[in-house]
Write a protein that binds this ligand. Sequence first.
Ligand code: GAP
Length: 451
Amino acid sequence: MADDKMDKIVSLAKRRGFIFADSEIYGGLNGFWDFGPLGVELKNNIKKAWWKAIVQSRDDVAGIDSSIIHNPRTWEASGHISNFSDPMVDCHVCKQRFRADHLAEEQGIEVSEILIKGKCPTCGSKDFTAPKAFNLMFQTHVGPVADDASVAYLRPETCQGIFINFDNVRQSARLKLPFGIAQIGKAFRNEVNPRNFIFRSREFEQMELEWFCEPPQFASSKKPDEWHAYWKEERMNWHLAMGLKKENVRFRDHEKKELAHYAAAATDVEYNFPFGFKELEGIANRTDFDLKQHSEFSGKDMRYFDEQAKEKYFPYVIEPSLGVDRMLLALLCDAYAEDEDGGESRVVLRFAPQVAPVKAAIFPLIKKPELMAISEQITQSLKQDMVVFYDETGSIGRRYRRMDEAGTPYCITVDFDTLDDQAVTIRDRDSLKQERIKIEEVKAYLLEKTR
Ligand code: GAP
């Protein structure tokens, strides 16, 4: 059943132009995806909504857009060169490579038991290599000479671009604690097993906020763990406002042994994907680890001077970090439904109007020049303010079906009565109710409903 739903979503995503396998004509490349006309609009709407909530509507958060490739010392300081690895095992018989922790979880055993109890999912052999660490960063070389001195890395997370710019942003934007710096951008991880469609890819986008606050011993208002609680609540409210169903999202606190090397506490927002509840967003208390490390490795003092306490210290950091692609997959899964309209079965994506890739479709009832001309005029006028789609081919029923599958919340039909009353019919994707409204009121109506 779960596989069935996932298969349907993957097939719909391709058929309707949300997501394609990258370089498909050459057989694809595992872990890389391309976003089509509907996918890119959906992605843009996710990023816009996040930026609005985290940066635009707040006085205490500034945005940046850093480079993808940093001086490689960045990754020594952050711990990625020594720690950013997954344990891997190879099957001696079929030579397949697996993530040891995934294999152990699937087979209900501990990683330490793989050599004794583990079984190869591909060939059934019990002959594995010992688990060894595999670094997930993609390497490249900067400049014309490919030697050790020119090695650089594609960033595996966007937040280090924020930490290395901490002083630049703080000074230029005149920020005082507590404050945040946010960034949206590509990240790259050479995942051992990319899987579950776009859930775990090798190239993806992150939306990260680094919230700098007073360390516990200097806290004049909220302590870091209280800010952690604050951001958990903010982020959960955002996910619900994006339309995710309450019963499909939950928190999961990390146990001590799961925590990343930099974190004192971490909570995942999990989503109930067709393959189970999995991490959608991570909200971590990174302590003062990153700024301290970059100070030490760069030799630049990145402490903050607290004018009240008359002390210099490294701020603590609370980090909500969400993958754009993972959010897009959660929205697709949550929106997917099969139901009936007038006795006919339909597939419908019930996106919240503000995330829907196309806000409205405009149809002339039939292909008559006078109806087509009015429909074109309405389309052109709406295009200035929102993404709309004009469609004159096929029966009205078929056109509705196509728009339901794209998740378009409103369909506008121009009919012969329009010529007399200057009004159109607006059909609501979810209630299937049809309303007659004046052409001059259409734009305000849609802006109000899809904001
Ligand atoms: N800066 C902290 C950090 O990167 P993470 O838990 O490794 O933490 C944060 O990643 C978020 O980025 C995840 O919750 C997920 O939404 C997204 N993400 C991480 N790895 C991903 C992958 N391979 N494919 C797609 N999204 C990924």
